[in-house]
Design a protein around this ligand. Structure first.
Ligand code: ADP
Length: 647
């Protein structure tokens, strides 16, 4: 076994690999960018080496710097994690050339499965079922359109080099094909530097079910059952479970066999995942991921195995610890991905400081960040994975619901509300779902959260307390000028507090004894020992500044000057700013244009996503502050709107 390994990754996966290595007595070397100098994976590793500045291509994708770090520290093997260089055959080769063991499959297997089109051609030969489609070399419009017509609509155009749901287009009919193709090719070229596409039948209510495979260098190969990853947004997974609800023994055996055949066909070694799409009891190969998957913990929970340990053993030349007959499923496991993103804004990633992060106890939590860390625009916005195990699916669902109640995040937007809503949904509980579940249930994404009275009270009481604390202690206890209560001559001892939450403004009248009046109703409240009590009922609360967290829901109140005019009368909504750092790719208006609320003003590309900036209200374009192609920082004003001319 290795004495020391280098982990060419960051975040939760780097931390997770370090945990297993430590348990096995293997020393670990972390690598980090400037943005990660204080990151959790750096703190956890035995040694850490700086490899560059924040941008991945200047750090986590720098093969030379990573190999250099391995040489300097005497690491014998490199674990690539997932993402970054994990599926880069050139990196696997470079490790071998440098005399390091790449903890992953042979470069030839990565190459064979690297392109979706080539992989499909190979799988067809190995007898693995495919979605009917075209994955040939010819890429002219006529060939592709003819293929699409023959497959029958709807069809799906996919980037051959694709990943992460990029470069995909659903086409409903022949008339829409050419335009969708151009869009997919453009996105594929800009994301992957390769505009080749494939066309396949678009299944309308499929499940995404994948098989974990494992092979050793002695020719043994097993599968570790399936994971259902059908709960997706933007064709990307957010909830995964094992086993798949409704799975039959026959289908599992057939899919397991096909996955092992796929692995053997490319001379696979190590951990891999064969992804299938399943509809009406039929399964079709989609692609093989030649690395550990984000969702591998659910397989670990139902098998009781440590897949990273298996990876290390296989990479060290050992035989697979177990054969197919020794493997069995125990109970049910569910994983959720807690991400810094805003479901109400089309899952726009949310960057910023994690002012408060509380993750549940008593379950498996794979996290790579802590309170005080930043979610950076340079990296994936995943905060943590929560994984539960139960004797059966109902028990696992109950544990996940409880776990999600115990998760609190302040500082960035998250998908916590959406995750809670899915876990609580009757159809999800009944196993009645497919990859379109989130898109078909827009009600899962609550747009506006009306604050409960307890939240308003907690925030108002915090303002009161901080005002009292700011009053200077009286030097002369008899002097009326030093009194820190809100006593005023000839006036009731009241203070005005103006709170804002999103578009909502609340004027609260407050007395030092905890009497609060808003919206014409009088309440009595106290805030102590992490509980807020209002009108006789008490709930636990977490306060982060004026931000209130109640049952995991975040109410980010701010205090505003009561003398400010209301938003609509001022220039409110007139400044259109970049929500996250990125590049301006299109300015859709000119100075002097009249625009209406909701109209597209500009488009940005950030965190590998297109972001549309629209008018928050009717107006006239007063000025433009960015040009196409310009990189802009978060909060940069792009367009200024003035009031529309009065009729
Ligand atoms: P990527 O590599 O970009 O993640 P995949 O090929 O793995 O792309 O597909 C991602 C997701 O897109 C799948 O999990 C599934 O939800 C959906 N998808 C892919 N192929 C099809 C298809 N033929 N019909 C319907 N949905 C599909």
């Amino acid at each position: 076994m290795f004495r020391k390994i280098l982990i060419a990754n960051r975040g939760e996966i780097a931390c997770r690999i370090i945990r297993t290595a430590r348990r096995m007595g293997i020393a670990t070397v972390a690598v980090y960018s400037d943005a990660d100098a204080d990151a959790m994976h750096v703190a956890m590793a035995d040694e850490a080496v700086r490899i560059g500045i924040a941008a991945p291509r200047d750090s986590y994708l720098r093969i030379d710097a990573i190999l250099d770090a391995a040489r300097k520290t005497g690491a014998q093997a490199v674990h690539p994690g997932y993402g970054f260089l994990a599926e880069n055959a050139g990196f696997a080769d470079a490790c071998a050339d440098a005399g390091l063991v790449f903890i992953g499959p042979p470069a030839s297997a990565i190459r064979a499965m690297g392109g979706k089109s080539e992989a499909k051609a190979l799988m067809a030969k190995a007898g693995v079922p495919l979605v009917p489609g075209y994955h040939g070399a010819a890429q002219d419009l006529l060939t592709l359109q003819t293929a699409a017509n023959a497959i029958g609509y709807p069809v799906l155009i996919k980037a051959s080099a694709g990943g992460g749901g990029k470069g995909m287009r659903v086409v409903a009919d022949a008339a829409g094909f050419a335009q969708a193709l151009a869009g997919a090719q453009r996105e594929a070229a800009s994301s992957f530097g390769d505009d080749r596409v494939l066309v396949e039948k678009y299944l309308t209510r499929p499940r995404h079910i994948e098989i974990q495979v494992f092979a050793d260098s002695l020719g043994n190969c097993v599968h570790l059952f399936e994971r259902d990853c059908s709960i997706q947004r933007r064709h990307q997974k957010i909830i995964e479970e094992a086993p798949a609800p409704g799975m039959t023994l026959e289908l599992r055996a057939a899919m397991g066999q096909a996955a092992v055949a796929a692995a053997l066909a490319v001379g696979y070694v190590g951990a891999g995942t064969v992804e299938f799409i399943v509809e009406d009891g039929h399964f079709h190969f989609m692609e093989m991921n030649t690395r550990l998957q984000v969702e591998h913990p659910v397989t670990e929970m139902i098998t009781g195995l440590d897949l990273v340990e298996w990876q290390l053993r296989v990479a060290a030349g050992e035989k697979l610890p177990l054969g197919q007959a020794d493997l069995a499923i125990n109970g049910h496991a569910i994983e959720i991905r807690l991400c810094a993103e805003d479901p109400a804004r089309d899952f726009l990633p949310s960057v910023g400081l994690l002012r408060h992060l509380a993750l549940p106890d008593g379950i498996r939590v794979d996290a790579g960040v802590r309170t005080g860390d930043r979610i950076s625009p340079d990296y994936d916005p995943m905060i943590a994975k929560l994984i539960v195990h139960g004797a059966n699916r109902a028990e696992a669902l109950g544990k996940m619901a409880a776990a999600l109640r115990g998760a609190e995040v302040v500082g960035v937007a998250t998908n916590l509300g959406l995750l809670r809503a899915i876990i609580a949904h009757d159809d999800f509980a009944a196993g009645d779902f497919d990859t379109g579940f989130i898109a078909r249930h827009p009600d899962l994404i609550a747009v506006s959260a009306i604050p409960p009275d307890a939240a308003i009270a907690a925030s108002a009481l915090t303002v009161l307390a901080s005002r009292a604390a700011q009053n200077i202690a009286p030097t002369d206890p008899e002097s009326p000028w030093g009194i820190s209560s809100n006593w005023r001559m000839n006036l009731p001892g009241t203070q005005k507090i103006m709170l804002q939450l999103g578009d909502l403004r609340l004027a609260v009248e407050a007395w030092a004894d905890g009497t609060l009046i808003w919206d014409g109703t009088t309440h009595h409240a106290t805030l102590a020992n992490s509980r807020v009590t209002i009108d006789g009922s008490s709930v636990p609360v977490t306060m982060v500044g004026l931000t209130v967290v109640l049952a995991g829901t975040v109410f980010a109140f701010t205090e505003i000057d009561p003398l400010l005019p209301p938003e609509a009368a001022s220039a409110g909504g007139g400044r259109v700013t970049a929500p996250i750092p990125g590049r301006v790719t299109n300015i859709a208006v000119s100075v002097g244009d009249q625009v209406v609320r909701g109209q597209l003003l500009a488009v940005m590309e950030a965190m590998k996503m297109e972001i549309s900036l629209t008018a928050a209200r009717d107006g006239v374009v007063a000025s433009l502050h960015a040009t196409v192609g310009e990189m802009v920082a978060e909060g940069t004003e792009i367009v200024k709107l003035a009031d529309p001319p009065q009729p």
